[in-house]
Design a protein around this ligand. Structure first.
Ligand code: ADP
Ligand code: MG
Length: 255
């Protein structure tokens, strides 16, 4: 299966350079964690790759299945198998979770193919059970009046239903207590361990090492000022937790 290749990507917000030449390859089944201080461009990277309209790509490429992701429309990117769990999920008043997910699942099916309602609900409820989301949530509007933790679980419910090939999870752990964190991680790990499909590649954006105890990364990258400045294995996350991010400025000044 195909890898996701981010090559020397440069992203502006208006005139302001945010991502300043970032290269990263994620292979199927791999978990990459990106850590770094606030404002370094982590969310910008994830949002721009899935096609958020606010950002301008001013250089570089992203390849998936040998095709340029950047040339695809946003819905094409989603149907190709890219998925973003937002740091700040939007509320969609008037659209129930059941209808929202049903439309999203239907949109991924071939033309003329109809979603079987019974099978769909069975799958939805089993994923909700896995994520310990009350079935009553099915008829609630997407994220409306949800707590921070409920919104994050709803993002992972979408991920579980859509079964992406590559998922970006943007601070999915923030606002979760330890029990919710375990449940969310369990949902993600279940998706990785499916018997009937290859495991997705995952890019985990996080501030904290604790999520990485539950979703163990193959690689950890430190992002600073729009670039990856250091990469390593999971021990790098522990080092960051111990040292904080302040040292980076000094270390980078020496390089
Ligand atoms: P991170 O996720 O690493 O905290 P972001 O990608 O959210 O960083 O932000 C990178 C920079 O871009 C920051 O300086 C932030 O203030 C700015 N930025 C991001 N999105 C917006 C926006 N919609 N409007 C204004 N500034 C933004
Ligand atoms: Mg962010």
């Amino acid at each position: 299966m195909s890898q996701l290749e981010i090559q020397d990507l440069k992203i502006n917000l208006g005139d302001k350079p945010i991502v300043k030449g970032l290269t990263l390859t994620i292979r199927p089944g791999e978990v990459h964690a990106i850590m770094g201080p606030n404002g370094t461009g982590k969310s910008t990277l994830a949002k721009a790759i899935v096609g958020h309209h606010s950002y301008q790509i001013i250089g570089g490429e992203v390849f998936f299945d040998g095709k340029s992701v950047l040339k695809m429309e946003v819905d094409e990117r989603a149907r190709a198998g890219l998925f973003l769990a937002f740091q700040y999920p939007s509320e969609i008043p008037g659209v129930s979770i059941a209808n929202f997910l049903r439309a999203a699942v239907q949109a991924r099916m071939a033309e003329g193919e109809e979603l079987d309602a019974t099978g769909y609900y069975k799958r939805l409820y089993s994923k909700m059970d896995l994520l310990k989301i009350d079935h009553k949530f099915t008829s609630r509007s997407v994220n409306e009046g949800f707590s921070g933790g409920e919104k994050k679980r709803c993002e992972i419910l979408q991920m579980a239903m859509l079964e992406p090939k590559y998922a970006f999870m943007d601070e999915t752990d923030s606002g979760l207590d330890i029990d919710a964190l375990r449940i969310v991680a369990g949902g993600v790990n279940a998706l990785r361990a499916r018997a009937n499909a290859p495991a997705p590649g995952i890019l985990l954006i996080t501030h904290y090492q604790r999520l990485l105890n539950y979703i163990v990364p193959d690689f950890v990258h430190v992002m600073y000022d729009g670039r990856i400045v250091k990469s390593g294995d999971k021990s790098l996350a522990l080092e960051l937790e111990a040292k904080g991010y302040g040292w980076m400025k000094n270390e980078l000044a020496i390089v």
